[in-house]
Design a protein around this ligand. Sequence first.
Ligand SMILES: [Zn+2]
Length: 393
Amino acid sequence: MPPAPETAAESRTIDKIALPGRDGVFSLTLRDGIVSALTPSHGDAAWLALPSFANLHAHADRAFTVASFRPRNFADAVAAAATARAHFTADDVRTRATRLLEKSVAHGVARMRTHTDVDPIVEMRSIQGVLEARAAMTGRIDVDVIAFSTSRNDLADPNAVARLRDAIAHGPQFLGASLNSSVEPRRALDALLDLAERHDLPIDLHLDEHLEPAQSLAGLVADAAIARGLQGRVTMSHLCVLSALPPDAASTLIARLAEAEVTVIALPETNLYLQDRRSGTPLRRGVTLVHELLAAGVTVRFGTDNVRDWFFPFGDGDMLATAQSVTIAAQLDDDAALIAGLCDGRGAIEAGTPADLVLVPADSLDDALARLPAGRLVFKQGRQVAGLAHLKS
Ligand SMILES: [Zn+2]
């Protein structure tokens, strides 16, 4: 374990800093919420400095609900979740969501976007519990709550629309839905976009989390976004089907996504775990076309997706582990693109940048990805929110 950084009343200086893509070792000073100085130093690197991580696709309301679970297939996971979610209370959602937020802070996650179930099974209990957890963590992690109309709340049904409208009254930052299971996806999409426009909320969809080209809805959503002037207001999470399309069809669709200024969230861990799940070894792995999306100018970000629930029984909210999965599953070797996906577009730490950063006890990005070390020092607006020195103070 490297030595803890010096502490001063108004500023803090940390020595032996490594930076991705830069040779040498640096000394980093934080003052007044920014990186006030970054100067060459000497010796061996002890800390890799990265911008704070952003987990742009989580399910805090469902986190830590299973100790051990293996679904037979995707539908089996949905069914098991529905059975268990019937017993959720706002209190237990708050407790589990808080646990995920606490762990996320320790890993260096400064922002989370969490899909929060809205359906006849949990009614408003999930959103109530998540909002309470969010309030309790103010100042340590920024949480965007998505009112997520699940596959059990088909927005083609006016009663489901009314339920999502009730959820909007709780003050979410995004609207979400799972459109592929709708009996009438176009109608469900229109209902969702009507609500989004009326309440001036961006949307983040669970979209095309499957490998059947005939069932793809991404083009429909992109067209609707363009027709309504909602460019830049739509995020699509998953898009596994891109990997199952013929190359020409994938290129055409990706160009449409770029025109709609869609953000795509790649979620390799749950996709590898759930896609093509059957009795034998999976062949079609379902990771969206990260390279091709980036090459077309589409913004690509990452998220953990599920953490220890029916859809994924592992993990604890560590976005560095997700970045490692991206490098393995998508073979994304471009460090700048990897860091942008991990840190919501932020790049290298420089003098003058916000003091929202994580110091990983590692001497390089590859060392950090190799070992996923604990003991990180995490700063938010210059204030330490996690790490050993924090615990001592
Ligand atoms: Zn999800």
